[in-house]
Design a protein around this ligand. Structure first.
Ligand code: SAM
Ligand code: SF4
Length: 363
């Protein structure tokens, strides 16, 4: 693996200056990052945002994510225990991670989630803690999660229509998501963000209705382009509803004004009719934000991934269970970051979808 990293670093050194200008950091290239304490890659990007998959299990079956029959889920012993997870999170925080986003699969299915969040808040320096959830069960848990220290929540809701929701997720649970959103709002998990994927012929005619539904309730809506990360490998570029289409659709009834200062945020944010309400559009495929990427990922079974689309990953679970020291874990994590590619390459002729689906990586 180290050889692959060295080769990758050498291969891209010549292009480093160009990307460095985008992210304004000062990094000396080499076979291993020379900077102690930061998660840097060969393009000078620094990872501060850790996405943690708490489980690959899920109680919905969104058609853009997994097949109707579900997937072969990880067994409990394959997943990091709470203790193992907290140890790894402490190592990441020591490496400069300042934001931890808990996701999955469905993270609310992880037992003792409030206790886990409370333990994360005691890491030094305390990272901000966000949750991406499908919202099922959020009505029951929102207050406990907020009291435990959860800072923010993103709830995935692709449609304001119950029947469309049932068709898209293969479960008739729209009302549970709606009450989960209301509970998050009441618990003070602001701003309450809604993530939506539009699918051609399914809900692509509902973008405006969904925006209005969210605006009425004070939720911040963000549309995300569908990515080739579904377990059944059915994504087709021609079928994808593009960010531009979404923008055009919303502009039929509203004036969208770009908000400057996007930084490393993936969403292009627009003021709706002059604001203060906003809507986000994430062009993950058609206008990737890889040059400003500040993310790193940890799967529920303890693999570090430097990108959603990474072809490789570094195992922390095995070494940890074999007695690895924190210094060993740091070496593994930094080595994996050093292998991070310049971009996801979805448009490249040799692009191949990663073996792990989104639900097993952590979206
Ligand atoms: N189950 C939780 C949820 O749905 O919010 C968390 C995990 S889910 C994988 C995280 C996010 O990824 C959701 O907002 C979901 O809509 C999005 N997602 C899943 N598959 C996707 C795909 N193929 N393309 C784009 N977004 C996707
Ligand atoms: Fe489950 Fe989230 Fe995938 Fe939907 S997008 S099937 S809720 S993991």
């Amino acid at each position: 693996m180290a050889d692959a990293g060295e080769e990758h670093g050498a291969r891209h050194q010549g292009r480093q200056q160009e990307v460095r200008a985008d992210v304004s950091v000062d990094v000396v290239p080499g076979p291993q990052s020379p900077r102690p304490g930061r998660l840097v890659d060969t393009f000078g990007r620094i990872a501060t945002d850790l996405r943690v998959s708490l489980t690959d299990h899920c109680n919905l079956r969104c058609t853009y994510c997994m097949p109707a029959e579900g997937l072969p889920w990880l067994a409990k012993p394959q997943m990091l225990s709470d203790e193992e997870l907290l140890r790894v999170l402490a190592v990441f925080v020591g490496l400069g991670v300042t934001q931890i986003r808990l996701t999955g699969g469905e993270p609310l299915l992880r037992p003792r989630l409030p206790e886990l969040i409370a333990a994360i808040t005691s890491l030094e320096p305390r990272p901000s803690i966000a949750l991406t959830t499908n919202g099922l069960g959020l009505a029951a848990q929102a207050t406990a999660l907020a009291e435990a220290g959860l800072d923010r929540v993103n709830v995935s809701l692709d449609t304001p229509d119950r029947a469309t929701f049932a068709a898209l997720t293969r479960r008739d649970r729209w009302e549970d998501v709606v009450s989960g959103l209301a509970a998050a709002d009441a618990a003070g998990l602001h701003p309450v963000k809604v993530n939506a994927v539009l699918m051609r012929g399914v809900n692509d005619h509902q973008g405006l209705d969904l925006l209005h539904w969210c605006l009425e309730r004070g939720y911040q809506l963000r549309f995300i382009e569908q990515m080739p990360l579904d377990a059944q490998h059915s994504w087709a570029r021609e079928q994808m509803v593009t960010a531009e289409e979404v923008r055009r659709g919303l502009s039929e009834q509203h004036t969208l004004t770009p908000v400057p200062g996007r930084g490393s945020a993936p969403a292009e944010t627009y003021l709706v009719d002059g604001g203060p309400a906003t809507v986000g559009i994430i062009a993950s495929v058609t206008a990737p934000f890889c040059a400003a990427c500040d993310r790193v990922r940890l799967t529920a079974d303890g693999m570090v991934r430097n990108c959603l689309f990474a072809r490789g990953e570094a195992d922390l679970r095995g070494p940890m269970r074999d007695g690895a020291s924190d210094a060993d874990l740091i070496r593994l994590i930094r080595g994996e970051m050093w292998r991070k590619a310049r971009g996801h390459g979805i448009g490249d002729p040799d692009f191949t979808q990663p073996t792990r689906p989104m639900s097993a990586i952590g979206g």
